[in-house]
Each structure stands twice: as structure tokens, then as C-alpha cells.
Design a protein around this ligand. Structure first.
Ligand code: NAD
Length: 276
């Protein structure tokens, strides 16, 4: 029999579909990760933030999430280039937030150089942060997701997981790797109510992109407006940067019960870039 509290809970669940779920979003002190954290919190999720930045600002972000959305929010500053730190972050999420129902592997860095001038230490760092940290977080999240018979893994890859561009060898290799990892995980856990998908953004306006605008303006000796129109958005047919809220909205849908049958996919949010 349905009691009033059942009705209240289901009404609440419909209003905020991620109510009570714990979401860990790597690299969520900035850009897309922060946008995803805000979108999840607005839908009732308990948030575990991760990433670098000014400690006071991060604490402010954490508290604002709690106060604005009436959810608990936590923070762990693991440096994801170190596998042991990924383990510490996952253990923290388990101990403090009660586990990880939704894992968003979002942290990422970029370096732009020709292959024969690409610094090997940059290659190693990009592979470690953009690809291997996702493997470590997934491998540590899965046992508990399997036990709970629920899990949503969302890997923030890139249009560069689907196509290449010159001077981005490590980034493109790592993002293609993320798509391979996404497919394998999806297949392995397909019968356990755990899904694993990748979001493949084109250009989204974030600090990472702002840095690329500045770098390219310096390298090519052209004004930043020209870098935006003639370099960055050249291959993006809709000629606009996506907003972090658009990625947050898609991640929210993928994390919801309604997306239970979507798994193993790579979903472009790229204004038509990979339709070329
Ligand atoms: P951003 O620079 O704004 O944010 C990156 C986040 O990762 C920050 O929170 C940073 O502190 C964190 N981070 C970096 N190194 C870390 C480390 N070693 N350990 C822990 N955290 C670390 O970048 P963004 O544009 O929001 O990018 C987020 C993700 O989206 C990346 O994986 C990026 O490749 C991907 N992406 C971005 C775009 C875009 O146009 N912005 C397009 C496609 C894909």
C-alpha cells in the first residue's frame, strides 16, 4: 500500500531525479566538471568535487552548492596523475559521502606541439590524467556499484575521441583510448544496471579553451578573435562555443533512470563537427 511518505518521496524523486545519489565528478573545480556538478546538485545529487585551485575558492564553491541546492557537497583534492591518489579519493567518497553511484571522469589537460617536438613528460601526464585516471576510478567504483545494482559512469571524452587534429597527439590518443575503455566497461557490466557512456564535446568555453586561445594567438601572432573564428571554431559548423550547462544537461540525463538502456555510446556535443 502507498503511504503519504511514499507519495512524497516519489513526487520529490520526479522533481529531482538524482535525489540521494552520490556523484563524484573529477576535475570539477572549473569548467565542464563544475557545470556538471551544478547540474547534478540542482537535481538533488550529493556531490564529491575534485580538482585543483585556490582552497578558499573551492570551499566557497562547495558551500554554494550545498546552500543553493540543499544537498551535501564534499571535496577531495587528489592529483589524478597518481594512481594512489585516485584510490584515496575513492576511499574518501566511500567514507564521507557513502559511496559513488555516479562517476564522471572529466579531469583533463592539454598540450599542443608537433609529434617530433612533443615533450615526453607532457605525453605521460596527459595519458595519466586524461585516460589512466578514468581506468583507476572505474576499477575502484565498480565493485560497489555492482553490489548496489546501480551505477552510471560518464566519461568526458572529446570530439578528439572521434577525429584527430594536428599537434594534439597525446590528447587525441588519450581521448580515443577513453572511448575504447567506455565500450569495454559498458559490455562487461551490461547486465548489472550500470551504464558507461562518453560525452564528446567540441569546443566548450572554459578556462582550458581560454588558455588555448591565448597560446594560439601567441604562436600564430594573430588577435584572439581571429583564433576563435579561424582556428578553434573553423571545424565547428554551428560556429559557437557550447556552454558548460549543455554538457551538464546531457550528463544529468545519462545519470538518470530514464537512460538505463543507453550504454557504450560516444555522444557528440560538437555543433556538427564530427558530421564532416
Ligand atoms: P578546465 O581546465 O576548465 O578544467 C579541468 C579540471 O581538471 C580542473 O578542475 C582542474 O583542476 C582539473 N585537473 C587538471 N589536472 C588535474 C589532476 N592532475 N588531478 C585532478 N584534477 C585535475 O577544463 P575543461 O575545458 O572544463 O575540460 C574538462 C574536460 O572536458 C577535459 O577532460 C577536457 O579534455 C574535456 N573537453 C573540453 C572541451 C572544451 O572545449 N573545453 C572540449 C572537449 C573535451
Amino acid at each position: 500500500m502507498l503511504t503519504t511518505s511514499h507519495i512524497d518521496r516519489s513526487a520529490h524523486a520526479m522533481a529531482r531525479p538524482l535525489e540521494g545519489r552520490v556523484a563524484l565528478i573529477t576535475g570539477s573545480t572549473s569548467g565542464i566538471g563544475l557545470g556538471v556538478a551544478e547540474a547534478f546538485a540542482a537535481q538533488g545529487a550529493i556531490i564529491v568535487l575534485n580538482g585543483f585551485g585556490d582552497r578558499m575558492q573551492i570551499e566557497d564553491t562547495r558551500r554554494t552548492l550545498e546552500q543553493t541546492h540543499d544537498v551535501a557537497a564534499f571535496y577531495h583534492g587528489a592529483d589524478l596523475s597518481r594512481p594512489a591518489a585516485v584510490g584515496e579519493m575513492m576511499a574518501y567518497a566511500h567514507a564521507e559521502a557513502g559511496g559513488v553511484d555516479i562517476l564522471v571522469n572529466n579531469a583533463g589537460i592539454q598540450h599542443v606541439a608537433a609529434v617530433d617536438a612533443f615533450p615526453p613528460e607532457k605525453w605521460d601526464a596527459i595519458l595519466a590524467i586524461n585516460l589512466s585516471s578514468a581506468f583507476h576510478a572505474i576499477r575502484l567504483a565498480l565493485p560497489q556499484m555492482k553490489a548496489r545494482k546501480f551505477g552510471r559512469i560518464i566519461n568526458v571524452a572529446s570530439a578528439h575521441g572521434l577525429v584527430g587534429s594536428p599537434f594534439k597527439s597525446a590528447y587525441v590518443a588519450a581521448k580515443h583510448g577513453v572511448l575504447g575503455l567506455t565500450k569495454v566497461v559498458a559490455l562487461e557490466v551490461a547486465e548489472t544496471n550500470i551504464t558507461c557512456n562518453a560525452i564528446c564535446p567540441g569546443y566548450v568555453y572554459t578556462p582550458l579553451v581560454e588558455k588555448q586561445i591565448e597560446d594560439q594567438a601567441k604562436t600564430h601572432g594573430i588577435p584572439r578573435e581571429k583564433v576563435v573564428t579561424d582556428v578553434l571554431l573553423k571545424a565547428q559548423p554551428n560556429k559557437r562555443f557550447a556552454q558548460v550547462a549543455e554538457i551538464g544537461a546531457l550528463a544529468t540525463f545519462l545519470a538518470s533512470d530514464a537512460a538505463a538502456s543507453i550504454t557504450g555510446t560516444a555522444l557528440p556535443v560538437d555543433g556538427g563537427w564530427t558530421a564532416h
